[in-house]
Design a binder for this molecule. Sequence first.
Ligand code: ADP
Ligand code: MG
Length: 606
Amino acid sequence: MQEKGTISVNTENIFPIIKKFLYSDHEIFLRELVSNAVDASLKLQRLASIGEFAGELGELKVRVSIDKEAKTITVSDNGVGMTAEEIKKYINQIAFSGATEFIEKYKDKSDGKDIIGHFGMGFYSAFMVAHRVNISTQSYQPNTEPALWSCDGSTEFSIEKTTKEGRGTDIVLHVAEDSEEFLEASRLRGILRKYARFLPITVELEGEVINSIAPIWTKTPSELKDEDYQTFYKELYPNSPEPLFWIHLNVDYPFNLTGILYFPQIASNHDLYREKIQLYSRQVFITDEVKDVVPDFLMLLHGVIDSPDIPLNVSRSFLQADGNVKKINGYITKKVADKLSDIFKADRAEFEKKWENIGMFIKYGYLADDKFQEKAKAFCLLQNTENQYFTFDEYREKVQTLQTDKNQNVTFLYTNDAQKQNTYIQSAKKTGYDVLVLDHPMIDQHFISSLERHLEKTQLKRVDSDTVDKLIDTGVEQASVLSEAETTKLKEMVEKVLDNKNLTVEIKSLPTDELPIVITFPEFMRRMQEMAKTQGFAAFMNPNPQLNVGINANHALTQKILQLSDETQQHLLIKQAYDLALLSQNMLGGEALTKFIERSVVMIGV
Ligand code: ADP
Ligand code: MG
C-alpha cells in the first residue's frame, strides 16, 4: 500500500530556492550525499562499539555508481539505514538534522565527534541535479521492513514498502537534463577526489577507491615520523620542493581543530600565490579559500586545517566576526610563532639557513600582528652585507660604539640595492660602519618604519642618504683644508656650472679617498617620494629630483680645480666630476651620458 504525504516546510516552497539560489556550485550535492552515507556507516560502527548493534558489521563502504542508460547516479552505503518512520522524521522535515539528534542521544556513551552532520541543505541538495530522487533503505534494526521514498522535487512525496537486499541505503538520483554532465565518471571522480579524498570510510566510484581513510592529521604527532609528513606533503603538492618544516595542529578546547601547516620553500618555488591551504570539516573538504581563518601573513603556508567549529554557510563578512574563527586565527599565529622560536633556539645555524625562505613570513607577521611581533622580536633577524645575521639586540650591541650620534641615537645603515649602492657601502665600511641589507621591494620599507617605531633611540638611514661624514652626525666637524674665501668661490663656481635650482651644493670635508663629488638623496625626501609612489601620485616620477651635491674639499681634484687659471678647464673638470658622481648613483643616462662619454674620450687625449 502506498502512503502519500506532504513534506513539511515551514515557510513557502523551498525547492526552487535550493535549485537556483542556494548553491552556485551544483557539484556539492555529491559531497552531501557521500557525507550522509559516511555518517550512516560511522553511526553503525559506533552502535556496534557500544553494544547496541550485535550483527555482522562487514566491510563498511560507500559506493557511487552511474547508469548512463537510465540516467541515474546511485550512492549506496551499508550503514544504519532507515525505517519508514525514520524517513518521515529525518527526510521529510527539512532542516531537522538526524545527525544532531544522534549526537545528542549518544553523547554520554560516546562522543559522536566524527559524525559529519549538517552542511546547509544536506540531503535536499540532490534536487540541484535530479528531477526525481528515490531512497531505498533497510534499517539495521531487527524486524524492520525496507522502505522506498520517492520525490520529484515538488513538496509531494510517496513512501511504500519495497524489497532490498541487505542493510543500508541507496540514494538514486534521476539526473535532470541540464545536469547530465554528472553522468560522466570523470566528472564524478573529480568531485569525489576533491571532497572525499580523506573521508574516514572507504568511498568507491565504479569500483575504484577514491580516498585514504586515515590522513595523518587525524593521528597524534607521536605516532608520526618526519617521513610521514614529507610523504603527505608530496601527496598534496606533487610539484612543490620539500617543505622546510611543519606544524601539527591539535586542539580540543575551546574549539576543535586539527591539521598540518607546512612552511614551503618560497625562494625556489614559482607556483606560490595559489591558495594552498585546504579547509576540511571532519575530513570533508570544504574549500581552499581560507582567508579569515588563517592570518593573512600565513597565507603562503601550505597544508590542511580541519575544524568542525568553523561556520560553513555564512557569508565571508560574518565569518570574520565569528568568535571561533578569531580564536582559531590567534591559535594558529601562536603555534607558528612558537615553532619558529623553537627552531631558532634549538639550531640557530639551521634557522639562518632558512632565513631566505622564512624571513618574509616573519617580517610580514611582525608588521601585521602585534602578538606575533611580541614573540618575533626575539628571533627576527637582520642580515648585513657580509651575510651575517643578528637579532635586533645583537645588532644594536654590534654597531652602537661607532654608530651612535651626538643625540645618543643609534643609526642602523642599510642598503636596498647592494649592487647599485656599492660605492656608498664601501665608503661606509672604510669608516668602520656596518650596512644592513633590506631589499625586499614590498615589505622592507614598512619593516624599516616599524623598526624605528619599536626600537628605542634607533633610526635607520639608507647608506646613500648622506655623505659618509654626515651619515652618523657625531657633531664633530672635520677641518677643511680650504679657506673661507676658497670655499665661497668654489661653491659659486660649481653652482654656475651645474645651473640647476634643484641641486643643493655644499663644500664638505670628506676623506681624501672619497669621490671628489658625492651625490646624496636625503633620507626623509626619499621616504616622501616612496610614499607618494606607493600611493600612486603621478608626481613621484620627478625627472629633476632634489639632490644634495657634496664637493669634497680634501680631494686632490678639488685643489686642482681651484688652482687652474683657465675657466674652461675648470668647468670641464667640474662637469666631469659631477657626472662621475651621477654615474656612481646609477643616475647618468640619455643625452647626459652621451656627452660624458664624448668628453671623456677627448680628455683621454689620444
Ligand atoms: P544532516 O546530515 O545534517 O543530518 P541531511 O539533510 O544531510 O542533514 O540528512 C538528514 C538526515 O537524513 C540525516 O541526519 C540522517 O538521519 C538521514 N539520512 C540521510 N542520508 C542517510 C543515509 N544514507 N543513511 C541513513 N540515514 C540517512
Ligand atoms: Mg548531511
